[in-house]
Design a protein around this ligand. Sequence first.
Ligand SMILES: NC(=O)C1=CN([C@@H]2O[C@H](COP(=O)(O)OP(=O)(O)OC[C@H]3O[C@@H](n4cnc5c(N)ncnc54)[C@H](O)[C@@H]3O)[C@@H](O)[C@H]2O)[C@@H](O)CC1
Ligand SMILES: [K+]
Length: 534
Amino acid sequence: MNRQELISQVVVTAQQMREIEGRIFAGGMPVAALMEKVAGLIANRIQRELAETNTYSPPTPHLLPHSPLTTPYSPSPRVGILVGPGHNGGDALVVARELYFRGYEVSIYCPFSKLKELTSQHLQYAQSIGIPSYQSIEQLADCHLYVDGLFGFGLERAISDPIATAINQLNEWHKPAISIDLPSGLHTDTGEVLGTAVRATHTLCLGLWKLGLLQDHALDYVGKAELIDFDIPLADIHAILGKLLSIKRIARTTALSTLPLPRPPVTHKYKEGHLLLICGSRRYSGGALLTGLGARASGVGMLSIAVPESLKSIMVAQLPEALIIGCPETESGALAQLQLPENTDLSKFNAIACGPGLTRDASPILQEVLDSTVPLVLDADGLNILADMGTIPTLQKRQAPTVLTPHAGEFKRLFPNISDPNKDRVKAVREAAEQSTAVVLLKGARTAIATPQGIVWLNPESTPALARGGSGDVLTGLLGGLLAQASSKNIPIEDITATAAWWHSQAAILAAQERTELGVDAHTLTQYLLQVLR
Ligand SMILES: NC(=O)C1=CN([C@@H]2O[C@H](COP(=O)(O)OP(=O)(O)OC[C@H]3O[C@@H](n4cnc5c(N)ncnc54)[C@H](O)[C@@H]3O)[C@@H](O)[C@H]2O)[C@@H](O)CC1
Ligand SMILES: [K+]
């Protein structure tokens, strides 16, 4: 794996970042030199943003205010710089100085009387060259863009007044705001809002991705997130995080290389995985159909779908390549029992995906699939029935691997005694996987996948276009199909699960780009899956 690939996967907590920085400084890198380097990169990025934003005309070559040649530079954008007491504030002050010299009109808001030494020196210099600095945010009301350098990963308690009021005022202005490292006020690890937080339009995360930026409740504040790589030596990263990362962002290159591609030139359909889907009821026939279409898009070699008898004809019409197994149904139209073709039992399949549209009336089926020795994906009613059976004791008895794909509501039903997924999703999903011995995929804006061994994958991009009935069914089919293919190719279950989550959301992103966030119904979504790989 090259540096860029590794960096795009790494996720750190505040403590880990502190330790990595500690090694860099211990190695001899001067703190001031690193700040100069990092802030220089930030200033360049902000200047690019200013140039790209049409509302601003390009800056006039800057003439210092005390120069006799000074002319008013009114067409130049005004930038407000919010400065905190630590090195996040120090970064912001270097940015202030750089932008000032490049011709922008810059004002500083710094309400703190006690600053870290380096930060204090930068403030003094900024003032000495004539950058105005204020203790009241109101003085920055007419700025076009703000740079938030109040707090970075050193935030250690809730923000109180007067800073809290200033941040709330800034948010009310609804103007572009670029946060350095992370929006001030967010907890670096959990993404929780500590008192209040800056609602940034952009976040320039420094060096390595901070965990809090990948937690769902942070997303309202983060805006567009970008990493500013400042050449942290890989040896320092490995020294603190180990060789095997325990929390990873799913990177495009990794996801693509995990797929069962290319196929060997000589193969046959059963070598490319045989998936059994168990889904649908008279009431929810669409769920079975969408799961089938998701599985089709995975490229799985053989697809069998067990549905209640009355769904058989519509399934055959829509998925002619699949073997549709019509099964006896209950009075309510749910699957009453699995009736597989002669000479077939569950062990013949490479994977089973069970749940979408089943209704809770299909509960006897679940025991049967749990008893099988085949990798199993459970979703939707499959999860609800499992919760009724008692998730942890039931799964601990199971021999083969299981993947659970709950959203937060299903998660709470499955794991009532595990910490709240709405507070710290990463902690919750990790605990759930460890206790249940299953791979758990917690759906969300930033889907998190954990293994029983404590490895967590985070899906770094998605779209609210997916917040729509049927999207989850597509994922279940896609994941089932990939899992069936992975089993004969020694692809680890958690890797293929992460890849499925990534593929699914990338398809939605593509579809939303072409059709808007309102145009991505689940059926349409299945038609965009292939485009992601092209
Ligand atoms: N040292 C360097 O040259 C580098 C600095 N970086 C920057 O340094 C930041 C971390 O710097 P620091 O460790 O100084 O931490 P911060 O700048 O994030 O803030 C720490 C300061 O804020 C105070 N504080 C914490 N919570 C507070 C609250 N609720 N109300 C009021 N004051 C509060 C602390 O007492 C401390 O003085 C990073 O986020 C990043 O921006 C690095 O990313 C890059 C290298
Ligand atoms: K910040």
